[in-house]
Structures are given as structure tokens and as C-alpha cells.
Design a protein around this ligand. Structure first.
Ligand code: GDP
Ligand code: IMO
Ligand code: MG
Length: 426
């Protein structure tokens, strides 16, 4: 299996952290490849319950953990996260940071907030973690990289140049007082000092691991429908959430990727604004939110809920070359009388092929197939022990998406999962 990518196929929060924690037991290296502390990956295992934001979900295993080049990293947030883990007895000594990862500076968090305020009712509903502004500076070539923090002269020069530009924008657009470059330089040097031992070039590590056929797990952030290129633009995040993005963000050559596991929730949730064709606004939506405990792990916001959208997941499977799916939260559907799945989209009265342009996403009408509900999936200890109606649901989803569903998760704990022996080839 050497290189496996774990990606979200929907609007995020599919249970990526939960599956990475499980698979990391056999991994030599786990890498976070993109995104930043906008992630909230919940892991429940023998060490306790954790909401991880920047630290790879393999941290509970013996695997080396890497915060990869494609990540935007808030050093203060990372330090807080490490403290929580260390206080719980988790060994974080095996965590390293790519020297090429970009730093989320305090002004990125400020700009995220100011821009969302300015947009008002047109806002994206970001996590306010500074992600968009940090990637913006990376692309504009005025970002600060982790390796810069280790050289006081370099970081001073770069921060002064960035602050010059920020202060012009702050005054002209946001009517905000100027930033002090000196304070920011002190902040950066201090964080560099604290993280010095962890900041390293990662390509020699990756090259060595590949040459020794080590098991490498790439952990994705968010999901396809919020991908910068393939999501419902502009209601997206600012990184590439798919398999190709994970290769770029980790330094794994695309040809080295053997397996792409699409993490998929048995229904759909989203946080933040933007199109969500199968969204439910009724008591069924509330049932899913309550039963599934659908509140953001990063922001605490109630998640929007809706039926499974096979059009979106099929789109994700095709875009990302997904080789298998891990279906999570099947237990949350326990007790529903009937369950619906969107099997197609209608636009302007006609069935369309796949996903329309983002500007028309809000106008589609899902075409639903209805399923008989079930109870008690939560008690199954093998695939055969799942209620018959739950198995029918899983097997129909495999057909609709065109990818085998190999793992079926029926609880948030590491071992609450069964393996499906009846795989349907794409
Ligand atoms: P991620 O961002 O993709 O890692 O997902 P999150 O951690 O944000 O959200 C998934 C939530 O569902 C977390 O609270 C998990 O503990 C929980 N979870 C994961 N798999 C299951 C499952 O099979 N059943 C139940 N009931 N909860 C699950
Ligand atoms: P994980 O990895 C769910 C959403 C935000 C907003 C949009 C842009 O836990 O699945 P950003 O802060 O990235 O600029 O916000 O993306 N979003 C997430 N939604 N899970 C996440 O991460 C998310 N990260 C960002 O709500 O709509
Ligand atoms: Mg999450």
C-alpha cells in the first residue's frame, strides 16, 4: 500500500481524522498536506478525545508526522495544540514541520475577519483562521515560510516588506490603524526559536521513505466541494483538497500514489455559506444535526445538514481517482423511517450530467431515490451483522458512486468500523 491519500469527498467533516487515526497504526509517516487550522479533525481512541487542527491525526501512532509544505501554519495555534496533546500523555517528539510551509501571520487572521465583516451578507463564512489571506500572500510572493523564522535578518526584511503593503490596505480599505512591524518581527523570531528543532526540509525524508517502500499516509483537509478549483467557487477554501493537492503539498510524486480513499459521510453536512443542493431545513435536518452531533470542531458552528448527494460524491470520485470509500456515520441514520439519496440533478426542467457551473448550483433540484430505514447498525461487529436495509443502502451507494465502499464506520471510536466483503468494482 505504500502511499495512501485520505481525502474528503463532500463539504468537509466526513471523518478524515477518524480514519487516519485508524490507518496510522500501520503507517511509517503521516503528512498533513494543505489547509491549516481551519481543519477540525476529531479523533477518539485509547488516549482520549481530541480535536486536531494542524497536527496530523497519526500523532497517536509511532509514525513520523509531518506538517507539509502545502500547509499554512499558525505557530501559536500549533503550540497550544501540542500542549493539549502533551498534557494528555501523547508523545509529540515525532512531529516535524516543512521549512517551506507558509506561516499564518497575526495579520492574516485580522484580514480574514475584516474582509468577512466588509462582505457582510455576502460573506463566505470562513473559519476566521487566516487561511485565505495566508494563501493569498503565498501566491502574491510576500508570504513568510517556516524556514524564514530561523533567520532573524531574513524574517525582519520579509515582514517589513509585507507590513508596508498591509498598512496601505488597512488604511485605504478597512480604516484600520497600522501594524507594527517590530512587534511582528519579535513574534516571528520567538516562534522560530520555539519550533527550531521541528523545522526541516522534508524532501530528503520523503525521498528516503519512498526508496525504502515505507507506508505513507497523506491526510487531506476539507472536501472536494470546497476545493479551490473544483468546488462551488467562491464558496470554497483556498487550497487544493483533492488527491493531486495532497501530492503537491507533501512532495509525493503523483506516480507514487497507490491508493486514494474517499472519506464519505452517510449523509451530507456543510459549514459556511454556499450551495448545498440536498440541504434539509426541517425536523429531519435537525434530527441529523442532533443525532450526528453536527457542530464544527473548529468554530462550534451548527453544521448544515442534508441527504446524501451521490452526484457530488461521484464527481469527487472521478476527479480524484478514488480507489475506495470509507463510509462514516452510518449509525447516525439509525431510527429513521425512510432515507433519501440524490441520484441526479435537474436544472431548468432537464436532468443534467454531473455538477453545473458554480453560478447555477443553487438552482438545481435533486432527484431522489428513497430507501427503507433501519435500527441498530451501531451494534454490528461485522458487515453481515449490519441491518439488511443498511447493507442495501451501502451497496446502492457503491453503485451510484461507482467506487467500492470498503469500510463502514458505525461510531466515532477507532474500532467502531466493519469491512465490506461485497465490493462492487467501478
Ligand atoms: P474530519 O474533519 O473529516 O476529520 O471530520 P470531523 O472530525 O470534523 O467530523 C466528524 C465527526 O463525526 C467527529 O465528531 C467524529 O468523532 C465523528 N465520527 C466519525 N465517524 C463516525 C461514525 O462512524 N459514527 C459517529 N456517530 N460519529 C463519527
Ligand atoms: P475539515 O478538514 C468544514 C469551510 C468554511 C467556509 C470555507 C472557507 O475539518 O473538514 P476557510 O476558513 O477555509 O477560508 O473557509 O470552508 N471550511 C470547512 N468546513 N470542515 C473544514 O475542515 C473546513 N475548513 C474550512 O466553513 O465555508
Ligand atoms: Mg472537521
Amino acid at each position: 500500500m505504500p502511499v495512501t491519500a485520505i481525502i474528503g469527498t463532500q463539504w468537509g467533516d466526513e471523518g478524515k481524522g477518524r480514519i487516519v487515526d485508524l490507518l496510522a497504526e500501520d503507517a511509517d509517516i503521516t503528512i498533513r498536506c494543505q489547509g491549516g487550522a481551519n481543519a477540525g479533525h476529531t479523533v477518539i481512541n485509547h488516549m482520549g478525545k481530541f480535536a486536531l487542527h494542524l497536527v496530523p491525526s497519526g500523532i497517536f501512532s509511532k509514525a513520523m508526522c509531518i506538517i507539509g509544505t502545502g500547509v499554512v501554519l499558525d505557530p501559536s495555534g500549533l503550540m497550544d495544540e501540542l500542549k493539549v496533546l502533551e498534557n494528555a500523555g501523547v508523545d509529540t517528539g515525532n512531529l516535524i514541520i516543512s521549512d517551506r510551509a507558509h506561516i499564518v501571520m497575526p495579520y492574516h487572521i485580522l484580514f480574514d475577519k475584516l474582509e468577512e465583516q466588509r462582505l457582510s451578507n455576502r460573506k463566505i463564512g470562513t473559519t476566521l483562521k487566516g487561511i485565505g489571506p495566508a494563501y493569498g500572500d503565498k501566491v502574491a510572493r510576500i508570504g513568510i515560510q517556516a524556514g524564514d523564522l530561523l533567520d532573524a535578518d531574513v524574517v525582519s526584511q520579509k515582514i517589513k516588506a509585507a507590513v508596508e503593503q498591509k498598512n496601505l490596505i488597512l488604511a485605504a480599505i478597512y480604516n484600520h490603524e497600522p501594524l507594527s512591524a517590530e512587534n511582528l518581527i519579535d513574534w516571528a523570531i520567538e516562534n522560530g526559536r520555539k519550533l527550531k528543532e521541528r523545522i526541516k526540509p522534508t524532501s530528503p525524508i520523503i525521498r528516503d521513505a519512498l526508496s525504502k517502500d515505507k507506508n505513507i499516509l497523506l491526510e487531506g483537509q476539507l472536501g472536494t466541494m470546497r476545493d479551490i478549483d473544483w468546488g462551488a467557487y467562491p464558496y470554497i477554501t483556498t487550497s487544493s483538497t483533492g488527491a493531486a493537492g495532497l501530492c503537491l503539498g507533501s512532495g509525493i510524486p503523483p506516480t507514487a500514489l497507490n491508493r486514494v480513499i474517499g472519506i464519505t459521510k452517510a449523509y451530507t453536512t456543510a459549514v459556511g455559506a454556499g450551495p448545498f443542493p440536498t440541504e434539509l431545513f426541517d425536523t429531519t435536518g435537525e434530527f441529523l444535526r442532533k443525532q450526528g452531533n453536527e457542530f464544527g470542531a473548529t468554530t462550534g458552528r451548527p453544521r448544515r445538514t442534508g441527504w446524501f448527494d451521490a452526484v457530488a460524491v461521484r464527481y469527487s470520485a472521478q476527479l480524484n481517482g478514488i480507489t475506495e470509500i470509507a463510509l462514516t456515520k452510518v449509525d447516525v441514520l439509525d431510527g429513521m423511517e425512510t432515507i433519501k439519496v440524490a441520484v441526479g440533478y435537474k436544472l431548468d426542467g432537464a436532468i443534467i450530467d454531473g455538477i453545473p457551473h458554480a453560478n447555477r448550483m443553487d438552482d438545481v433540484q435533486p432527484v431522489y431515490e428513497e430507501f427503507e430505514g433501519w435500527t441498530g447498525s451501531v451494534n454490528a461487529s461485522s458487515y453481515e451483522e449490519l441491518p439488511k436495509a443498511a447493507r442495501r443502502y451501502v451497496e446502492r451507494l457503491q453503485e451510484l458512486v461507482g467506487v467500492p465502499i470498503r469500510l463502514v464506520s458505525i461510531g466515532p471510536e477507532r474500532d467502531s468500523i466493519v469491512e465490506n466483503p461485497y465490493l462492487v468494482a467501478a
